[in-house]
Design a protein around this ligand. Structure first.
Ligand code: ADP
Ligand code: MG
Length: 590
């Protein structure tokens, strides 16, 4: 319930809508309440006419017209309330979704390492749907009903305090009983949601990696894994629903008995001439108006429980620590110029993921301004980890990273990342056009600049050969392009970012030698005038760097020029020998 309160506080700016809804609720409840009174007058008039044989037809018609007027007024006001409710709900949904996305954008990479994207998306849509539905039915249905019940209590008290007291007793009893039984319901709901979340996570993965599923012919397994989760939710629904509805039988059974007593009071009272026939009609109607909310209570309670569960999930994400408040940081122009300091300094850096052991330990080296430095280690040796630390995707456990003499831990990730351009091994593109992808760092950049970047990245020729040239769409993650094409677009994208530091993380490792050559030419252009850290699998691509840092067991092993390291007999020399013999073998095979 506290989380629901937080939702309300969260959407406090919607109060004018709520106020409008409250006013409409009052009006529609008022007009609905007037109907039994008119009915009483009509009934008494008709009964008197029957008894005295003197019929005033005009008066009967007039009263019936009043009935129509109240009904019409009720129709109009409840529809205005519905209109306001719909709009309020959509605003609420939009507000909650935006807040969630805003939060996600500020969360550290760690969060996304641990969560499946489908799970994140599924949870968002479920929690927001449930919160919104509850708030909408709360304002549109529950609130008017509450008002009606209040009025009915007051009016019936005028005729019989007993009726009023009995009605009054129902609601707190109902709420108390529900609160008593809801904990168990919630436990089931949480377990069901966990299954749905896992299924959605896998679902999204399967969709985005359909090629793998197809080529390994694993449709059957994926289907049964998915089904298993949903079968569990079905299985859990059985005891959950049984529990809920058995409790509802008790709850509503009590309600039925209470209404039986109330009706008995009315009928006996009329039979003993305490009430006129008209009053009886009115009271039966009035009590009927309170009866509907009473039975609807379980529906509202059910909805409110879902909303509580939903808002708990929602606020769990909102409570995650953000790495920065991106809203209040303008991406600064790269400007960390301190000509005396080395461009990058790793000082005694140690880091491991999560609770795991250190992946890199006591790493110390500098990269001079304009230098090209290669990182070499075995696969899994911590190269990507080290450049991720440089980009501030993770925080080191120990040590400092300096950029242009500035401690990056005090720099703010936005400013730090503005300094670093990067080309990954898997160059992920967005689903828009080629132009949009190249201009990702700056959507306002001129077409001419996009073209220049593409030319320098050795991409212009193939882009122009695409069916729609620069306006061709690349598909999700760029799947309509070949690896080498994607990579050259990624190079052009890094050119537009124009950051002083460049990280190439196995940028050509996934390519065949011809595509590699095409990309390599682009990379040479990109590295021009920048400080570069190059991670490459094929040693031929790093033979021209200024210095090489080799890592072994997460520590720096050797640092030196390619020639020095080739002569020293360390990892680099060993890898060189290995690759040379591999090439000889390949040549023999050809
Ligand atoms: P390299 O780039 O040199 O091949 P990485 O830096 O990618 O190596 O990985 C170093 C080690 O860290 C590996 O053992 C890998 O399993 C682990 N690792 C990499 N990324 C993550 C991550 N996001 N979460 C947990 N462990 C990771
Ligand atoms: Mg790597």
């Amino acid at each position: 319930m506290r989380s629901l309160g937080r939702i309300l506080a969260h959407v406090a700016n919607l109060w004018p809508w709520y106020l409008g809804i409250v006013i409409c609720s009052l009006a529609s409840a008022g007009t609905a309440l007037a109907v039994p009174f008119v009915l009483r007058s009509v009934t008494d008039l008709v009964v008197a006419a029957v008894n005295t044989h003197a019929v005033d037809l005009g008066a009967v018609v007039r009263l019936a017209a009043v009935l129509l007027a109240f009904d019409l007024a009720n129709t109009v006001t409840s529809n205005i309330g519905g209109y306001l409710g719909d709009n309020m709900a959509m605003r609420l949904r939009a507000g909650l979704s935006k807040r969630y996305f805003d939060k996600l954008l500020g969360l550290p990479q760690r969060y996304f390492d641990d969560e499946l994207s489908g799970t994140i998306i599924g949870r968002l849509s479920r929690s927001i749907t449930e919160i919104t539905q509850f708030m909408q039915s709360f304002s549109n249905n529950f609130f008017p009903m509450l008002l009606t019940v209040g009025a009915v209590l007051v009016i019936t008290a005028h005729y019989s305090v007993w009726i009023s007291l009995l009605l009054l007793a129902i609601f707190p009893l109902y709420v108390f009983f529900t609160a008593l039984t809801s904990r168990r319901w919630q436990r089931f709901e949480r377990r069901k949601n966990a299954h749905v979340d896992q299924a959605s996570g896998r679902f999204a993965e399967v969709i985005s990696q359909m090629r793998v599923v197809k080529s390994f012919v694993q449709e059957r397994r994926e289907y049964s894994g998915f089904s298993r989760h949903y079968d569990r939710t079905v299985a859990l629904t059985r005891p959950q629903s049984r529990w809920w509805h058995s409790m509802d039988v008790v709850r509503r059974g009590v309600l039925n008995v209470v209404f039986f007593v109330i009706y008995l009071i009315i009928f006996l009272g009329t039979a003993r001439s305490v009430y006129s026939l008209g009053t009886m009609v009115m009271l039966v109607q009035m009590v009927g108006m309170a009866r509907q909310p009473a039975t609807m209570m379980s529906f509202f309670v059910d909805q409110s429980q879902r909303a509580v569960a939903g808002s708990r999930d929602y606020f769990e994400v909102l409570a995650q620590p953000s790495e920065h408040d991106w809203r209040h940081e303008d991406a600064p122009a790269p400007a960390l110029i301190d000509a005396d300091a080395p461009m990058i300094s790793f000082r005694d850096i140690s880091f491991g993921y999560g609770q795991g052991p250190d992946v890199v330990e006591h790493i110390s080296f500098d990269v001079a301004r304009g230098e090209r430095l290669a990182l070499v280690s075995e696969s899994g040796g911590g190269k990507t980890t080290l450049v991720s630390l440089l980009m501030g995707l993770y925080r080191p456990r120990q040590g400092q990273i300096l950029v242009s003499g500035h401690d990056t831990s005090t720099l703010g990730v936005t400013q730090l990342r503005a300094e670093v351009g990067v080309v990954f091994q898997e160059p992920l593109l967005f689903s828009g056009t080629v132009s949009e992808n190249i201009a990702y760092a700056d959507p306002d950049v001129a077409d001419q600049q996009i073209r220049d970047a593409a030319k320098r990245a050795n991409a212009d020729a193939f882009i122009r050969a695409l069916p729609h040239g620069y306006a061709s769409v690349v598909g999700e993650r760029g799947l309509k392009l070949s690896g080498g094409q994607k990579q050259r677009i990624a190079v052009a994208r890094a050119m537009i970012k124009d950051a002083p530091i460049l990280v190439l993380d196995e940028a050509t490792s996934a390519l065949d030698s011809r595509a590699e050559q095409a990309v390599q030419n682009g990379l040479e252009q990109l590295m021009e005038g920048r400080t570069s850290i190059i991670i490459a699998h094929r040693l031929s691509t790093i033979a021209t760097v200024d210095r090489i840092v080799t890592m072994r067991g997460g520590r720096v092993d050797e640092i030196g020029s390619p020639a020095e390291l080739a002569a020293s007999g360390g990892i680099y020399a060993q890898l060189l020998a290995l690759q040379a013999s591999g090439r000889r073998r390949d040549r023999r095979r050809l």
